[in-house]
Design a protein around this ligand. Sequence first.
Ligand code: ATP
Ligand code: MG
Length: 415
Amino acid sequence: MQYRITVHYAELALKGKNRQQFVKRLRQNIRRKLQSMDLEWEVTAIHDRIFVKAPDTSEAQAEQVVAEIARIPGIAWLSFVHWFEERIHRFMRPQPDLQPLHDLVKKLAEKHHRPGLTFAMKVKRSDKNFSQTSQQLAADLATTVLQETAWSDVDLSQPDQTFYVNVSSKGTAVYTNKIKGTGGLPVSTTGRVLTLLSGGFDSPVAAWLMSNRGCNVDFVHFSASHYKQQDVTAYKISRIAQIISETAGKVRLFVVPYTHFDMALMAHDMAYDLILFRRFMARVAERIMGQLEAQALVTGDNLGQVASQTMENINSMNQAVTVPILRPLLTYNKEQIIEMSQQLGLFDVCREPYKDCCALISKNPKTRSDARELHRLETTHLTDYEDLINDTLAEVTTVTYNFGHLVEVTAGEWT
Ligand code: ATP
Ligand code: MG
């Protein structure tokens, strides 16, 4: 048996040149994902679909690939197709042997049977040389299902389960339900963003939302301690970046110790430390963005979720840099974020304890920030901000992933 995957893309409203580029990119992203799984399968775009041909493979492997492709951004839905190559099966002959087709439909019917449900058989023939009409073949196949499986009710208008058979001169496709994709736009079509990644639930979901909207994503994480270069990939933060890269492709994670910032403020117990830290993170990130040619910074901020996430504090962070800061989760509920985290396979990693980030969280964070006071604190305590940023960037460790695979770990790129 041969298998094929038919991919229908999302955002059908896209028109003209854009659309062509998006399709080309989606096709490339699917091909790269397959290559990352060591599969050199043919991926072609014909009319308004993308076809993936699985050459010699088992049904189990083909199903696994379908599940992986369904996670790639830009796909509305896909179908897993059992394919009878015409030159082998020759259903187009005047007197074809349709037994293999009946056998397969029966097998699929058994697999999908649920008591009390109804089914429909939908047959299309795009080549009129086929010996039967579509209605005839549909009736014959439905009879096989009714006589040889536990299905007992046909409903053509609102079936619970549909079996599709498309006969053409190239071959015959048989498939069942449509598998839902994640929608959105293909990665690498809308820009590059750098995400501030912490150890919580929010920022990974924020990053995924941006990548599902077509952005390339990279991450920067500020850690309280120095990671040993050989250990960095085992940390929670790296595993989060790795999971995002499974669908986002190439992803870089910059791990930056904030010891220099910490030391500068250590002697002073001040109420503004959290917002000063946010401004520091934004400024360091802005410098990294310059190198990456990233167009926006992304955070997992959520209005009102914690005492520090106020409009005033958001503004104070924005005012520290000139790059735009996007906050895709600003209006989400915590339950929605947790649910997405579960669906994306991020929940288990994100719930692991992570003490590294909390060193700077004050007990009573300021909910309002006074711009003049912030300026005064920064000019008093962080007297040479440029040096602070340079010293911090000198200690960056960079971890690169590609479709879930570790590419390299490097240190000190920004010295
Ligand atoms: P999250 O669930 O993403 O940790 P949170 O609800 O815990 O968010 P905060 O800890 O206030 O909220 O952080 C708000 C945002 O600031 C995070 O979503 C993240 O984008 C960024 N951030 C916080 N701490 C760090 C850090 N150590 N390194 C990088 N980014 C950080
Ligand atoms: Mg947090």
